[in-house]
Design a protein around this ligand. Structure first.
Ligand code: PMV
Length: 328
């Protein structure tokens, strides 16, 4: 069977996925909206054959390609075994996966990693799934947000209403050339996050979650409108409120989840200051301390020159909108 290589981006959510209505089918409590990130990609090659064992190797920037161990191996093997069963085969796989970003930045490699893995497994077996089917299969990998990395550019993941999850999939609302939006990732914390998003999704049962869900459909609508009309101010305002809503829910969970550090808060204040000076920059944070600055290409160099001076900013990763997962 043919060896196939797939490249897939990570994505940053403007409206976040947080909480599930079904844990085994990875069905979210709300729809979410994101942009693929050009600077954070995983390239995965896969080949099926009559070998004795599966081999799953991974390489991070500046590191060796090594056979995975521990949790990473467990999670990848779960995906391989599920898809092997679906394909009805006993063949084994040889997988080699490479990330173009460093291992310990706290940048979620799960979206790029699991979308690349899922697509590479199917494509190398000769199964051509539709984009919708591929998105659903990727959702079932365990990382729901990875389902948003299959389609191009700006993507909506519909929560769906059906119990079997057949209407919970992601699709593109505008391709990567639609808008010169940027995501400047400011790495302020290189430690591994303490509470995984997987654990976070099953924890948020508090009154702030009710309030979050009351507003979420309107935020999804506003975000889609802002993207379609390329309205940075509108996108920025709703993105920041949405990030605050997510992190409030986390902090009010039982037991609480605190993802931010002092540097996160300092950087948020810096960004608000830049805005007062006419630089349209907005922040959002995923399940971690690192800050994503959302802006347009015309502001990128001035923002970079300001934030690279800050002693607590350890690294910057510059992103434009990117294509979804594709065979190379
Ligand atoms: O897909 P997961 O299980 O890694 O969860 C992603 C959660 C957030 O990154 C915080 C939000 C999102 O929608 O990407």
């Amino acid at each position: 069977m043919k060896k196939i290589t797939v490249i897939s981006p990570a994505n940053i959510a403007f409206v976040k996925y947080w909480g599930r209505r079904d844990d085994s089918l990875i069905l979210p409590l709300n729809s979410s909206v994101s942009m693929n990130m050009s600077g954070c990609t995983t390239t995965t090659s896969c080949e099926w054959g009559e070998w004795e064992n599966d081999s799953i190797k991974i390489k991070y920037l500046g590191k060796e390609m090594i056979e995975t161990t521990g949790v990473a191996r467990e999670k990848s093997l779960k995906v391989v075994n599920r898809i092997r069963e679906r394909l009805g085969t006993k063949l084994k796989v040889k997988i080699e996966s490479e990330n173009n970003f460093p291992e310990a930045t706290g940048i979620a490699s799960s979206a790029s990693g699991f979308s690349a893995l899922t697509k590479a497994l199917y494509e190398s077996y000769g199964e051509n799934l539709s984009e919708r089917e591929m998105s659903i299969e990727t959702r079932l990998s365990g990382s729901g947000s990875a389902s948003r990395s299959i389609s191009d550019g700006f993507v909506v993941w519909e929560q769906g209403v059906k119990n079997d999850g057949s209407d919970s999939y992601a699709y593109s609302i505008a391709d990567e050339n639609h808008w010169d939006l940027r995501d400047i990732v400011c790495v302020v914390d290189v430690g591994n996050k303490k509470v995984s998003s997987g654990e976070g999704h099953i924890r948020p049962k508090n009154e702030y979650m009710q309030s979050r869900l009351m507003h979420i459909d309107d935020r999804v609508k506003q975000t889609i409108e802002a993207i379609k009309s390329k309205d940075l101010e509108k996108l920025g305002v709703v993105t920041e409120i949405e990030a605050m809503s997510l992190h409030t829910v986390c902090m009010m969970s039982e037991p609480p989840i605190f993802y931010w550090t002092g540097a996160t808060l300092e950087l948020m204040a810096e960004i608000r200051k830049m805005r007062e000076e006419g630089v349209l920059a907005y922040y959002t944070m995923d399940a971690g301390a690192n800050v994503h600055i959302i802006t347009e290409g015309r502001f990128e160099s001035v923002i970079v020159s300001q934030v690279e001076k800050l002693p607590y900013v350890k690294q910057l990763i510059l992103n434009k909108p990117a294509k979804g997962a594709r065979v190379i």
